[in-house]
Design a protein around this ligand. Structure first.
Ligand code: ZN
Length: 253
């Protein structure tokens, strides 16, 4: 936590725009103690407050805005890579740099695990079937025509799975399954280093989040842009993440 002096009787707690608090009309004792807070232990802060004669109620107005600096906690768990696509491989390399273990498959019953897979054009539902059955959160990466889509991450039973999203796409375009089948035979385009590195970095962040229990939204990455995606439309596939809609709701879905 940082406390900054803004002028006589004026102190700012925090530095981020929109997330800092400014106190004005402080007494010189309040100002002095507040500026000292970052380098004092909890007990030393209390001693300083008492020595400066700041009442408990007044002190509580300040402490409500104190931010605890959390120590870095190593991320525990294993990321299982389901393929050796260049993006998946780069993700494994980045995970290694931040101290997260990854495996190329097989040894998957070791503590907490999440999975990552990269496909051209469309995620193959068969590849994620076992993950859903075993309640393993995963991050799909898909190389599309205009860029690479990273995520959204899938937490079985809690967020829409790849099949839920396919069902919504089929509802919007009944010929989508025909397209998806054809796309499996269409060669993947060449990826630039910019696209691979950016997609891999976003995926690494999303996987670290999944290991810590946070699901993340999707990103579209191309050489020109890197944009967060709106939540995709989804229909319940039976994975439990979405409640089946009534017929009336289906018309609006
Ligand atoms: Zn589903």
């Amino acid at each position: 936590m940082h406390v900054l002096w803004r002028g006589p009787g004026e102190v700012q707690i925090g530095t981020d725009a929109g997330r800092s608090t400014i106190f004005t009309n402080l007494t010189s004792a309040e100002e002095r103690v507040l500026l000292a807070v970052p380098r004092l232990s909890d007990s030393a802060r209390e001693q300083a407050r008492l020595a400066a004669g700041i009442e408990g109620e007044r002190w509580a107005e300040f402490t409500a805005h104190f931010v605890k600096d959390e120590p870095y906690r190593p991320i525990r768990g294993m990321v299982v890579a389901l393929d050796s696509h260049p993006i998946t491989e780069r993700v494994r390399s980045l995970l290694g740099r931040i101290g997260v273990e990854s495996s190329g498959g097989g040894q998957t019953d070791v503590g907490r695990r999440v999975a990552v897979l990269t496909d051209a054009w469309v995620t193959d539902p068969l590849r994620i079937h076992e993950l859903l059955a075993a309640d393993v959160p995963y991050l799909p990466i898909v190389i599309e025509e205009s860029g690479t889509v990273v995520g959204p991450s899938v937490v079985p039973g809690a967020t829409p799975c790849t099949t839920c999203i396919h069902l919504a796409r089929t509802r919007a375009d009944p010929k989508w399954p025909v397209m998806a089948t054809q796309l499996r035979t269409v060669p993947q385009r060449r990826l630039s280093l910019m696209e691979i590195e950016t997609a891999a970095a976003l995926a690494t962040h999303a996987l670290a989040g999944l290991l810590s229990g946070h699901a993340s939204g999707g990103w579209h990455v191309s050489d020109e842009r890197c944009l967060p995606l709106a939540a995709p439309r989804a229909l319940p596939c039976g994975c439990g993440a979405l409640t089946p809609l009534s017929e009336g709701d289906r018309d609006r879905a």
